[in-house]
Design a protein around this ligand. Structure first.
Ligand code: MAN
Length: 348
């Protein structure tokens, strides 16, 4: 078996019951897919909290943020023939897609990397704002460059799925620089340092009918304007990553090259993790790629939950040879696993 993850025996680290809901009419359905960073001698998560309207008899309610910034719902009769709820993640009405949950971020910190709490005196909850985040914000990646933390995350609205960028150096106030990538794009992660005087990021546009859900690499002089886009890796027919691929947290600098962890899903929406190795001086060059996944949803808590058969990561820390990964399991809970970087490299 190819699975190289050493899972924490006490998984999960966090579940919905550990997080207070943000509104009396909402309940926490999932806590998942955290960005991870170290700051002020602690380990921090910026976790996604997915909330859904508290059940009301006979109704299907779509949660949104209204133009004034308040929580609101779009309501449908449960027996309406135009309603389609076959995928738990969506509400489809008359062919229009909505999300069944609305996500925001909670900031949590920990002394030991296992017990997390909402700290005082920090901006602990971050909500979607404005017309491009009215269906919420998701799956934040955090990259620290010269003491500044750059957050790249998914923005969802009727306008499409876009990549938002904000930055902070104190986790008390944020500078929002707006949309970094046009729709449809998500899974954006910034490299930890400039390469030949340019910033780089991985991102995942979706191109339907012709093309697909592939990882692209882009560069920037200032972390605001992105260009020199290049298609880096594609999904592979017949394999575990046949339908979509998307980058995890910031690529890791190793002696062999940039090691990037990515997720891949097949037609049955089974999400596994794999790795690619990119040239250290030119990350547009691929040196190696996992044939088999390095992690698969094999535990019961990875197979059953809000949306089962999912291991998904957008947050890790590196300590010598150890990759300390926090990941979303079955889109429901946050778990922890470690890997040997050497073992991942050897597997490529
Ligand atoms: C999406 C991602 C994640 C989620 C997976 C699995 O592609 O953006 O938010 O974990 O699907 O549902």
């Amino acid at each position: 078996m190819a699975d190289l993850a050493k899972r924490f025996a006490g998984n999960p680290i966090l579940s919905p019951k550990d997080i207070a809901s943000s509104h009396p009419d909402l309940e926490v359905a999932c806590v998942l897919n955290p960005g991870v960073f170290s700051y002020a001698d602690k380990i921090w998560l910026i976790a996604r909290v997915a909330e859904r309207p508290v059940h009301k008899e006979g109704l299907v309610q779509v949660p949104i943020i209204d133009p004034e910034g308040f929580y609101a719902t779009i309501n449908y009769e449960r027996d309406d023939q135009k309603l389609d709820c076959h995928d738990v993640r969506y509400v489809i009405y008359d062919g229009m897609y909505y999300l069944s949950t609305i996500s925001h971020f909670v900031l949590l910190c920990s002394d030991n990397g296992l017990d997390f709490y909402e700290p005082q005196n920090y901006w602990t909850r971050i909500f979607g704002e404005g017309v491009y985040e009215s269906y919420g914000i998701e799956d934040c990646r955090v990259t620290e460059i010269d003491g500044m933390f750059h957050l790249t995350y998914t923005q969802v609205s009727p306008n499409g799925v876009t990549v938002g960028h904000m930055s902070t150096d104190d986790w008390k106030s944020f500078n929002k620089s707006g949309i970094a990538f046009l729709p449809a794009n998500k899974d954006c992660t910034i490299f930890t340092e400039k390469i030949n005087n340019k910033y780089y990021c991985l991102n995942r546009p979706s191109s339907l009918l012709i093309g697909g859900n592939y990882i692209w690499i882009s560069s920037s002089p200032d972390l605001i304007h992105w260009g020199e886009h290049h298609c880096l890796i594609k999904s592979r027919p017949g394999m575990w990553d046949s339908e979509r691929v998307g980058a995890g947290a910031a690529p890791i600098r190793t002696k062999s090259g940039w090691l990037a962890i990515y997720h891949g899903a097949d037609a049955s929406h089974r999400y596994c993790l794999g790795a690619i190795l990119l040239d250290i001086d030119d990350p547009r060059k691929i040196l190696a790629r996992s044939v088999e996944p390095i992690m698969e949803p094999i535990m019961e808590y990875e197979q059953q939950g809000f949306f089962g058969n999912v291991v998904f990561t957008n947050g890790h820390l590196v300590d010598g040879d150890q990759l300390i990964m926090y990941y979303g399991a079955s889109d429901s809970i946050i778990c922890k696993a470690t890997f040997s970087i050497r073992e991942i490299l050897d597997s490529l």
